[in-house]
Design a protein around this ligand. Sequence first.
Ligand code: 5GP
Length: 116
Amino acid sequence: IFARILRGEIPNDTVAENDHALAFRDITPRAPTHVLVIPKGKYVSFDDFATNAPPDEITGFMRLCADVARQEGVSLEGGNGFRAIANAGPDGMQEVPHFHLHILGGRRLGALVADG
Ligand code: 5GP
């Protein structure tokens, strides 16, 4: 599904983009700011990306995450903070097998993980 978003086949609410990554709003936002950042290359998970992506792609991806936090007003430059989450595999309850980072903010986010 995210590959189709990257190819422009599915409309998305783009927040920011650079040569290596795309940021768009989550379709089911769990906080006032809920943005997904995905690399343009094909990686299934955080560890796949961290292990196999070339350094310039990792840098481009990370910089776009920081741009999003700043743009959304949740970075520590004037904002109140945010949480960056990468779910991986069944125990991480990853739904979409295309690596993405959730950037969440705009409210107190509560405990790191829910019980059960
Ligand atoms: P995961 O559980 O894999 O970390 O998170 C997948 C996220 O993708 C969910 O928060 C879900 O709401 C979001 N999502 C699933 N399909 C779409 C879609 O077609 N467009 C957008 N913008 N978000 C999606």
